[in-house]
Design a protein around this ligand. Structure first.
Ligand SMILES: [Zn+2]
Length: 479
């Protein structure tokens, strides 16, 4: 039987299966991109960023990280601009110590943001208050160190107003083991420069230690060297020019640690992902292994999440019409229960082409060595810089009314498993239950445990996946 005699449907099926099998080999540019991604560089960038400090916008460690990033992007041959965004109240903490009177240190203690300095150690007898929000401060609170398993930020102002000022408050919230068992969730007091006493987050285990120490009337000694002042977050923008240079894809990540902690996964991982996409793309264009992209690639590391992407939108003004799409990275460095990569905001109608391309690239390479196994798009969850570019109906901030495609790529989000119904029409073969998504999370979300050792050093393949899938998507979309 000759070829022509084959029924059309069989020919179609054969052609499709051959193509599917050969897809990667037919894309030498994609093969070159994937082969150039360097896991060791991704890991090293996270370690180096975390070593600079929490990198919170408007602080000395933000200045240091902006210098580091500007040097890096210049070093790979890109044009770099550093922007000073509008001022905001910033805080940073240089050193602190929380210890029991016997000298045993509560190693998990981490100051709540905007806590005032207490450079000389102060000692006070422990007092347990189960629920600060509902308790009425009394004269008994004065000069004590209060331990609570509950929330502090919402109750802090009322305690101050009562005039019965404790020496410090220590909190093990959310006090929900095994979450935050040995590492403390990091929170902030309301953003003010004149709080009268500091507060610290501690782990669940250190909370138990404090509760039992309180039963025997023990004291705790605290000290803290901190700064609270206005600062201008620094945002670094680097450009790889395209053939139509004014139009561009915006590839970005927030450069601050968000919580004020080490922020390895949230979000040095995202920053490292952007750095590596830029490096590989620039190197392969330079060596002519991939073509000069049609539109420019603009790489932005926001000095302060939302604040700096908002400032960028304001600065761009009418030029924002030149943005082809926003591809944002937040938490590409870990996962707790699954081994998946996610592409967010599939219910936004103008994200259709962008996210279908992510889905196709993910499907073409799934289960190949060095690539991903599980992947899916998912509906908007909010809470990161892609939402600076989206309207409120998609959990956006509505800083612009333009319909700019905007997604966030990540491998973990928030601090517990999210179960979301999939947007109809987006059921993916890359996830076990395509209609009911389980979105992975970080055990170390916004905590003192968000270190390279706990996240990116354990699962560096997450960043590798984020770089590869985005590079291949850009190669297909931006020709
Ligand atoms: Zn984040």
């Amino acid at each position: 039987m000759g070829y022509r005699a084959l029924p059309a449907i069989v020919v179609l099926a054969l052609t499709t299966s051959v193509l599917a099998g050969q897809t990667p080999a037919q894309h030498p540019a994609e093969e070159a991109f994937a082969a150039a991604v360097d896991e060791a560089r991704l890991r090293r960038a996270v370690r180096e960023l975390v070593a600079l400090g929490p990198r919170m916008g408007g602080t000395p460690s933000n200045d240091a990280s902006a210098d580091y990033l500007a040097d890096y992007f210049r070093g790979i041959g890109l044009d770099v601009e550093v922007f000073e965004d509008p001022p905001k109240l910033a805080h940073w903490e240089d050193s602190w110590r929380v210890e029991l009177e016997d000298g045993s240190v509560l190693a998990s203690a981490w100051p709540m943001g905007f806590s005032p300095s207490v450079p000389e150690p102060r000692s006070g007898q422990l007092l347990v208050v189960d629920n600060l929000t509902q308790a009425t401060p009394t004269a008994q609170w004065r000069g004590r160190v209060i331990y609570t398993p509950g929330d502090v930020a919402s109750a802090y102002a009322a305690v101050v107003k009562s005039g019965h000022l404790p020496l410090a408050i220590l909190s093990s919230a959310p006090n929900d083991p095994p979450r935050y068992l040995d590492w403390s969730r990091i929170t902030e007091l309301p953003a003010r420069a004149d709080h009268p006493f500091p507060a610290f987050n501690v782990s669940y285990v250190d909370g138990r230690t404090l509760a039992s120490a309180a039963e025997t009337g023990r004291s705790v000694r605290v000290s803290l060297v901190s700064q609270v002042r206005e600062g201008r977050p620094k945002t670094v923008v680097a450009t790889l020019p395209g053939r139509e240079a004014d139009q561009y894809y915006l590839v970005c990540a927030h450069g601050d640690s968000d919580s004020g902690g080490p922020g390895a996964d949230d979000n040095a991982s995202g920053v490292s992902t952007v750095m590596e996409i830029a490096r590989v793309y620039a190197a392969l264009v330079e060596s002519k292994q991939i073509p000069v992209p049609r539109y420019s690639l603009r790489f932005a590391i926001w000095g302060s999440e939302y604040h700096s992407s908002h400032a960028y939108i304001e600065r761009e003004g009418e030029r924002l019409r030149n943005v082809q799409a926003v591809i944002n990275f937040d938490e590409t460095g870990t996962g707790a229960e699954r081994d998946a990569i996610y592409f967010e905001s599939n219910e936004v109608p103008w994200n259709e082409n962008l996210l279908r391309t992510f889905e196709r690239v993910a499907g073409d390479y799934a289960k190949r060595h060095g690539f991903w196994t599980e992947y899916t798009t998912n509906p908007s969850q909010g809470g990161t810089d892609s939402y600076a570019f989206l309207p409120r109906q998609y959990k956006g901030k509505a800083y612009t009314s333009l319909q700019i495609p905007a997604t966030t790529i990540y491998t973990a989000a928030w601090d517990k498993l999210a179960e979301l119904p999939q947007t109809p029409g987006w059921e993916s073969p890359g996830t076990p239950d395509p209609k009911n998504l389980k979105i992975d999370y970080s055990l170390y979300y916004h905590s003192s445990g968000d270190t390279p050792e706990n996240t990116t050093e354990r699962e560096p393949h997450n960043m590798v996946k984020a770089v590869k899938v985005t590079g291949l998507v850009l190669l297909r979309l931006n020709r």
